[in-house]
Design a protein around this ligand. Structure first.
Ligand code: V47
Ligand code: SF4
Length: 377
């Protein structure tokens, strides 16, 4: 295999193999990766870069699990631990609505004592009071926890939440699927089969979802390519994934960072991950450069290395800021648009399901569907 073979495949829109992926990882320089990934990116999404107006809600940080990469979690009795009362949750949703947000991104810890009904209630009350907010809620790890709490199948639980107002699933909890890594960084929580099964079930129920990959710690190129191939396989089956968000490990305040003396990945690694993800995931419509995690300059560059989305205004972010991120908590729409334009792309506001948002001030309407997934659910 040579670079020209891979280039020919990319130009012809053909799928890259696992071995092609390893070749990209081990033998191809950043600029060539960027050139090839940009070809795919522009073929799929033209010159557009998407953003959305959203807010995060982490209703509790208390967590029974102890993923060694996580600086967000708190022990049950720790001073750092919190559980938001309903009033605070509704206040956060009200604030989001008043700012013109179209989406609330809801994830958190798996609390030792809170019952299943508490998590359901979060979605139910927010949806009842603010039905226009799309609720992108709970990772596969949380759905797996709800099944453990109730003894019920995850698909039933997803269906119950959908009736209560759940709009889609975020991509968290995927980390690295390969057991050589997963067994070290988060051996106790939902395993790979569970993560993939839950996303399959969500897609079967007509819910769309995102996927993530946590890189820049103890994983090797083969683990990352294996991860991407597993996601691609499920997407072939269901077509329900919208975007992959490659997540750079932030080591501050984490056991993994301290034990393995890990430095935050460099901008070069970040851009390589974005480009390789774009090249391997031929059936994912979007690749997201999450600005909170990458920092603004790298997120801007990523828009020329395969990414077509930079996530949203965000406002209240804890997972990365607890782990040492020095990005701001919030970007205004004007700032998001300017950073996209500066990168030479055309900013387009999207809703969670990639419909265009047509806005006059804080009022908004949903427009046409943008860049659909390749396979219909
Ligand atoms: O699953 C936790 C990661 C994820 C650290 O779906 C860390 O649109 C780096 O999934 N360093 C949660 N990463 C965040 C997430 C996400 C973010 C933005 C958009 C979407 C979406 C999803 O954060 C976790 C884990 O992989 N994470 N701690 C850390 N120290
Ligand atoms: Fe808990 Fe999620 Fe942190 Fe793991 S990553 S310790 S499941 S909050």
């Amino acid at each position: 295999m040579t670079l020209s073979d891979i280039r020919a495949k990319v130009e012809a829109g053909q799928r890259l193999s696992f071995d092609d992926g390893l070749f990209l990882e081990n033998q191809v320089d950043l600029f060539t990766l960027g050139e090839l990934a940009n070809l795919v990116r522009e073929r799929k999404n033209g010159n557009v870069a998407y953003y959305n107006v959203n807010t995060h809600l982490n209703a509790t940080n208390v967590c029974v699990y102890r993923c060694v990469f996580c600086a967000f979690r708190a022990d049950l009795k720790s001073e750092k631990g919190y559980v938001m009362p309903d009033e605070q949750i509704l206040h956060r949703a009200k604030e989001a609505q008043e700012r013109g947000a179209t989406e609330l991104h809801i994830v958190g810890g798996l609390h030792h004592q809170l019952p299943y009904e508490w998590y359901l209630n979060v979605v139910r009350i927010v949806h009842q009071h603010y039905p226009r907010l799309h609720l992108k809620a709970y990772t596969a790890v949380e759905w797996d926890w709800f099944a453990r709490l109730t003894g019920r199948p995850t698909k039933d639980i997803l269906a119950e939440f959908k009736d209560a107002g759940l709009g889609s699933l975020p991509g968290g909890g995927a980390e690295i699927f390969h057991p050589e890594v997963r067994d070290i960084i988060c051996e106790h929580k939902a395993d790979t089969d569970a993560w993939l099964r839950i996303h399959r079930e969500a897609h079967e129920l007509g819910l769309r979802s995102n996927a993530t990959m946590l890189y820049g710690h103890i994983e090797k190129p083969l683990h990352r390519i294996d991860h991407l191939c597993k996601l691609r396989e499920l997407q072939d089956e269901t077509g329900g994934f919208q975007t992959l968000i490659p997540l750079a490990f932030h080591p501050d305040n984490t056991k993994l960072g301290i034990d393995h003396k890990i430095q935050k990945p460099s901008a070069i690694t970040d851009l390589r991950m974005i480009a390789i993800s774009r090249l391997m995931l031929d059936n994912f419509p979007h690749i997201k450069a999450y600005w909170i995690m990458l920092g603004i300059p790298t997120a801007q560059l990523a828009l020329s290395y395969g990414a077509d989305d930079i996530d949203g205004t965000v406002v209240h972010e804890k997972i990365y800021h607890d782990a040492g991120s020095d990005t701001p908590q919030e970007l205004t729409v004007a700032q998001l648009r300017r950073l996209i334009e500066e990168a030479g792309r055309v900013p387009v506001e999207r809703d969670t399901l990639y419909h265009e948002v047509i806005r006059s001030e804080r009022d908004w309407q949903t427009g046409r569907q943008l860049a659909l997934p390749v396979v219909a659910v």
